[in-house]
Design a protein around this ligand. Structure first.
Ligand code: URA
Length: 448
């Protein structure tokens, strides 16, 4: 196999044979195909896409690049959730302990920040001592003790996604339905789950902003996962504004703790209750969504979910005191409140620009070996459609240096559009639900 000939074939819109694709990917995994050729190949896939058979090959090679866990001895209700990526999306931090305390088992493998979106692993690592790099034995032990555990792809599990994910982050090659499907499902199928809930984002800050594109991605992922024996439900949800108020790693952990304590922002809590209920039903813990929703709300209100999160933090080496006292999380030295320069209605909040602004402040990576600054980011008080008066607080910028603070203030001001009349109505938080029945997937037996 000559890598550049495979790249050229994809660039020119040809369909690759399973052999060509497998040789390219395994060559990359072995270090024989260099990063620059893989980056060029990924860009060709962004423009040309993959046929179903090519996607199946890509997913199989990625999945089989590492261990595929069998956790059936731990629980019959092994269920996970994955999002296609958003700004301010801290739902995983709430959902893993929430579902675990209600009888599901959540072996969650997450990612780092990707493009303008934040990553669950970076958020968790803003908790002092928290280890996302557990070995697989420790992962199982935490799962057995706490009912959930949260790790990243590693040399042992989903190693090919680990490398491709990092490369895509830095080369503008995230927004591809095929690459997203293979990346997400290679991690999820390796976890040994028997049910999956997908949160497919729609709107200007989603990787696939357009509703039609997001729907097609959701249908592909539901079909492929279901055909491989994991019953899957996708929810299409709004990402035309940040989720909750906080954007930035430690700020998002603090907000997730508030949600786990029954004090969360309304949109975050509503989304967590909905996705949590889907996880309980798809995972076979509950029979109906209404009861499952009530159980989720009750576990948040009573502090049970928060207590489970504290247990998870402790089990993974983190300082559990942050759950009672989020002031122990990193705090940026420079902070400023941004005020409205005029009165009016918030027409829109550019969540994508705020995501990139967080990267600029140091909360995400420009280069592969960049360290993440856990403390920086934004707290956004304005909401699309809300009225503001001149001088009212729109949000707070958290920055490392005075120069960064000035830049952050300018970015926040530019991201919030205030006009005399409202803009287009914000998307409903919950848009559509897609399951295997909706797309008539040929029934594959659930993998228990
Ligand atoms: N999340 C992933 O794990 N992979 C993607 O490609 C996008 C979001």
């Amino acid at each position: 196999m000559i890598p550049q000939r495979v790249i050229e074939a994809k660039r020119d819109g040809q369909t690759l044979s399973p052999q060509q694709l497998t040789e390219l990917l395994t060559g990359y995994a072995r270090g024989e195909v260099p990063e620059h050729q893989m980056a060029a190949f990924l860009m060709a896939v962004v423009f040309r896409g993959l046929e179903d058979e090519e996607l199946a090959t890509l997913l199989t090679v990625m999945l089989e690049s590492g261990a595929v866990l069998d956790l059936s001895h731990l629980s019959p209700h092994r269920v996970d959730k994955h999002s296609t990526g958003g700004v301010g999306d801290k739902t995983s931090l709430v959902l893993a302990p929430l579902v675990a305390c209600l009888g599901g088992m959540v072996p969650m493998m997450s990612g780092r920040s990707l493009g303008h979106t934040g990553g669950t692993l970076d958020k968790l690592e803003s908790i002092p001592g928290f280890r996302t790099g557990l070995d697989l034995g420790e992962f199982e032990r935490v799962l057995g003790r706490v009912g959930c555990a949260m790790i990243g792809a590693s040399e042992r599990i989903a190693p090919l996604d680990r490398r491709l994910y990092a490369l895509r982050d830095l080369t503008g090659t995230v927004p591809s339905p095929a690459l997203m499907t293979a990346s997400i499902l290679s991690k999820k199928l390796a976890e040994g789950i028997n049910a999956l809930v997908l949160d497919v984002k729609v709107g200007q800050a989603a990787f696939l902003p357009d509703l039609e594109d997001a729907r097609a991605l959701a249908r592909t992922m539901v079909r492929v996962a279901s055909e491989r024996g994991v019953p899957t439900v996708a929810r299409l949800t709004a990402m035309d504004r940040p989720l909750g108020h906080a954007v930035g790693n430690a700020l998002e952990v603090a907000e997730a703790v508030r949600a786990l304590s029954g004090e969360g922002p309304e949109d975050l809590v509503q989304l967590c209750v909905e996705l949590g209920a889907e996880m309980l039903v798809t995972g076979g813990v509950e029979a109906g969504l209404d009861t499952a929703r009530s159980r989720c709300r009750a576990a948040l209100a009573s502090g049970r979910a928060r207590e489970r999160f504290a247990a998870l933090v402790e089990a993974q080496g983190g300082d559990r005191r942050v759950v009672d006292d989020p002031a122990l999380l990193a705090r940026a030295p420079e902070r400023a409140v941004v005020h409205a320069a005029s009165s009016g209605v918030v027409r829109s909040i550019d969540a994508r620009a705020l995501g990139w602004a967080t990267v600029e402040l140091g909360g995400g990576r420009r280069h592969a070996d960049d360290a993440i600054d856990a403390a920086v980011g934004f707290e956004i008080q304005a909401r699309p459609g809300g009225s503001v008066s001149v001088g009212e607080a729109l949000g707070i910028v958290h920055a490392r240096t005075p120069a960064d603070l000035e830049r952050g203030i300018a970015r926040l001001q530019a991201a919030i559009d205030i006009g005399e009349d409202g803009g287009p109505p914000p998307l409903p938080l919950l848009l559509e639900r897609i399951d295997a029945q909706a797309i008539r997937v040929r029934g594959a037996p659930p993998a228990h």
